[in-house]
Design a binder for this molecule. Structure first.
Ligand code: UTP
Length: 413
């Protein structure tokens, strides 16, 4: 034990993180063990370089950026049925599963609990999880199948999520038979000096590693294997906070299969050239996203011969992948982006600090950073008012109020 502790102290000294053991003596034996193994598992070089990157200006990429081809759902004419039939065939054979990424912190919304448990204020008071569950079940019923549902949680919300589902009898799903929960990875949070934080529980303060962690989490937790055993070939991946997400969508699948690609994304047309959204493009010939911070005003405003924006397909975090694509993307390391967030922590004197403004960096991988691993993707434009009602902020844009209005107007139709 002494030797182990000494080795850990040595390591902490090397990286200027000695404070991590400040409260060690006050922890019970069980927590002491946890803390030591947490420290042993930290990749301090990685954390150091991620912290150093927070101070660096983001380098403009010199990749060759070009528009990406897309299909508009409302311009398919008689091909609509053709695609629909292709997709339906796969769904009827039980080859589709749904993955909902619900590991985020939902800090902007400020809801106390997992975001999926949030009630957006519909007359029915259904939670986001319930709305998504209905959405999957009702569509699947049309094809006489159950679409298995895989929910990604994080350390922070896993227990509360499963508790919520239990309370609601898993919305008709059968636990560990056709509904599964798996946890994503996590990374330590650091303060503005690069020091790793200790959380209220006396242990390392860690946060989920971003929605880009989904590929690795699916693989590491044995979900890919499970899917294979279940005869799944395609998986839908989406966020928990779009209450209009059309998860079981034969036309979308048909378009993907017909194009002969192993990954596809839905898009909605950018509201205006200045909207702060990432749009699909090709970078060095491979599918990618260009962020609004990266695009020049000329590019943002450029139009094609029909007057449509050349870079106008906004990402709505709604994708379908073949299992082979996930396996490929899961083994490639993704870059981490930093986000400055509020994080409660224990300071050097042992006091709990609840900050009112952001005080710490969290490191996240983005789902779309892996798209370049695929040779090509299909991009399928759908209508915002039919498929995109995100709940991000407590008020204003993309809030419960806007989502509720969109939901009600679609379903009243
Ligand atoms: P957002 O990037 O909007 O993050 O996630 P968020 O956690 O919901 O909200 P903020 O930024 O803290 O306010 C988009 C989707 O990706 C999931 C979220 O749960 C949401 O469904 N996500 C995000 C994860 O599953 N894990 C993560 O680490 C981050």
């Amino acid at each position: 034990m002494e030797e182990r502790l000494e080795a850990i102290k040595e390591k902490l000294k090397k990286y200027g993180q000695e404070h991590l053991l400040n409260g060690y003596e006050n922890l019970d034996e069980k927590k002491q063990k946890v803390l030591l193994s947490q420290i042993e598992n930290i990749d301090f070089d990685l954390i150091k370089s991620l912290y150093q990157n927070t101070a660096k200006e983001i380098k403009k990429s010199d990749a060759k950026v070009e528009p990406i081809e897309y299909l508009d759902k409302y311009k398919l004419k008689d091909k609509f049925k053709y695609y629909q039939e292709i997709g339906e065939k796969e769904i009827k054979q039980g080859k589709l599963a749904a993955v909902t990424m619900a590991g985020g912190q939902g800090t902007r919304l400020g809801h106390n609990g997992p975001k999926g448990t949030f009630d957006i204020g519909l007359d029915s008071h259904k939670s986001l999880f319930e709305l998504l569950s209905e959405n999957i079940k009702n569509e699947a019923k049309k094809y006489n199948v159950v679409v298995p549902w895989f929910i990604m949680t994080s350390d922070e919300n896993n227990e509360a999520t499963i508790e919520f589902f239990k309370k609601h009898n898993f919305f008709g799903y059968e636990y560990n038979k056709n509904i599964f929960f798996f946890k994503q990875g996590k990374l330590p949070m650091v303060d503005t000096e690069g020091r790793i934080l200790i959380g209220e529980d006396g242990l390392i303060k860690q946060a989920a590693d971003g929605h880009g962690g989904v590929y690795e989490a699916l693989l590491k937790n044995g979900m890919i294997e499970k899917m294979k055993q279940m005869g799944i070939e395609w998986i839908y991946i989406g966020g928990v906070d779009n209450c209009l997400a059309k998860i079981v969508d034969p036309v979308f699948m048909g378009v993907t299969i017909d194009k002969g690609v192993i990954g596809a994304s839905k898009s909605v047309v950018k509201a205006n050239p200045k909207e702060n959204v990432g749009v699909f493009c090709k970078k060095n010939g491979r599918p990618s996203i260009i962020e609004y911070t990266e695009i020049s005003p000329e590019m943002a405003e450029a139009v094609d011969k029909n007057g449509e924006l050349l870079y106008g397909e906004s990402n709505i975090l709604c994708h379908v992948f073949k299992l082979s694509a996930i396996e490929k993307m899961a083994v490639e390391p993704l870059p981490y982006h930093s986000a400055f967030k509020k994080a409660t922590y224990i300071d050097r004197t042992g006091n709990v600090v609840v900050p009112e403004t952001p005080n710490a960096y969290k490191f996240e991988a983005f789902l779309f950073d892996a798209f370049g691993e695929l040779d090509d993707m299909a991009v399928f434009r759908v209508k915002r008012e039919e498929e995109f009602a995100p709940v991000k902020n407590a008020t204003g844009v993309d809030s419960p109020e806007t989502a509720r209005t969109l939901y009600n107007s679609l379903y009243k139709k």
